[in-house]
Design a protein around this ligand. Structure first.
Ligand code: NAI
Ligand code: MG
Length: 361
């Protein structure tokens, strides 16, 4: 049976940049390399408006059936006054939780024509190509107990719990090692084993999983040092493995170092079932950009590159993924730029011209 692709455009610039992916798919269709079935669904504010829920049951059913999900982005001022439990952003949380998407993969790549956009000196980031693997369903964002309470002596406190089971660390570590073995063979595991018990445990389990991968060179780094290294010498890294909290911070830092929010894709993967099938969701790391929504100037590259990751990871279409990534790079080298990555001398174009240029390349 054909693989099933679910497309969830969402809000703001989401539908605008997803439209450019449809253009790429149409092109693949013309050269007959489309081997999947496509369905579209509602999520975020768009789903609230149509069906009263940021991730309605109908969307969940579509997601359960799908072999991969291409997600745009959700949220916007129209829904900002809703109570927390009803907001568009909960759409993505429900998908992550109910599909068991425990590993978030965020590449930070700097192609030569974009090295000037970095906050660092161009030579420090030119050619940067690292991948952060962030655990995304456990750790302190979900640990119990948590709360805000008043102690018997009247002291108020807020508290959360950092907690990881052996199984949670093992599965995300294994995924990171598999990835590292397909890349340069280097993996940096990040924690604070010097001051946290959960960090000591993380290091112990990752080391044990590492024994299954003799071809991968494992090193351990404290999270604070890793932040400093990322902000000064990012090219030393290949794959970085981190908890939910540290991975959140480090991946935002890595994104800032590349200087190009509109260029960065991501994948969130679940565990394979007995037949090897796993749920997976692909989305740009940027949000719905309400400040530029509707203007036709959003950069579609992050969404297009998210689709390339989808082809690689979920549909086993490595050649097509490489072709798309190469096309994006050629467009940049050729001097076309959306406003967010504009440099002097380049030609400023909007969303659809950029998408068309990628297809042409
Ligand atoms: P944002 O990523 O939407 O925008 C930050 C800045 O980057 C804005 O100035 C925006 O114009 C620019 N930008 C983002 N993507 C761009 C692109 N493709 N091309 C050109 N410029 C781009 O983050 P912000 O402003 O914090 O959040 C806006 C809304 O998006 C909020 O409702 C937030 O909750 C939501 N959001 C949703 C996410 C998701 O769907 N996974 C992730 C992050 C934020
Ligand atoms: Mg974040």
């Amino acid at each position: 049976a054909n693989k099933k692709l679910l497309v969830l455009p969402g809000d703001g610039i989401g539908p605008e940049v997803v439209r450019e992916v449809r253009r790429v798919i149409d092109w693949m269709d013309r050269r007959r390399s489309v081997t999947f079935d496509i369905e579209e669904g509602l999520v975020g504010g768009a789903a609230i408006d149509a069906l009263g829920h940021p991730c309605p049951d109908r969307t969940m059913q579509q997601a359960e059936r799908a072999d991969a999900i291409l997600f745009g982005s959700v949220g916007g001022p129209k829904w900002d006054s809703l109570p927390f439990e009803g907001r568009p952003e909960l759409g993505i949380l429900r998908l992550r939780k109910e599909l068991g998407l425990f590993a978030n993969l965020r590449p930070a790549i700097v192609w030569s024509p974009l090295a000037q956009a970095s906050s660092l000196k161009a030579e420090l980031v030119d050619g940067l190509d690292l991948m952060i693997v962030r655990e995304s369903t456990g750790g302190i964002y979900f640990g119990e107990p948590r709360g805000i309470e008043t102690l018997p002596d009247g002291t108020r406190r807020g508290f959360d719990t950092e907690s990881y089971t052996e199984e949670e660390i093992t599965r995300v570590a294994r995924l990171a090692f598999e990835l590292a073995s397909k890349r340069s063979g280097r993996l940096t595991s990040v924690e604070k084993a010097n001051v946290m018990q959960s960090g000591r445990f993380w290091r112990e389990i990752v080391t044990r999983v590492g024994a299954e991968f003799p071809g991968v060179e494992l090193s351990h780094m404290y999270a604070d040092n890793c932040a400093m290294q990322l902000a000064s010498r990012p090219k030393q890294f290949d794959v970085i493995l981190a908890s939910n909290l540290f991975g959140d911070l480090l991946s935002d830092l890595a994104a800032a170092v590349t200087g190009s929010l509109g260029m960065l894709p991501s994948a969130t993967l679940g565990a394979p079932d007995s037949s090897g099938r796993r749920h997976a969701l692909y989305e740009p790391i940027h949000g719905s950009a309400p400040d530029i929504a509707g203007k036709g100037i959003a950069n579609p590259c992050a969404q297009i590159l998210s689709f390339a990751m989808l082809l690689r990871w979920s549909f086993d279409m490595e050649e097509d993924a490489v072709l798309i990534e190469g096309a994006v790079e050629k467009v940049l080298t050729g001097g076309l730029r959306t406003a967010d990555i504009m440099v002097p001398g380049a030609a400023r174009v909007g969303t659809s011209i950029m998408g068309e240029a990628v297809v042409r390349e």
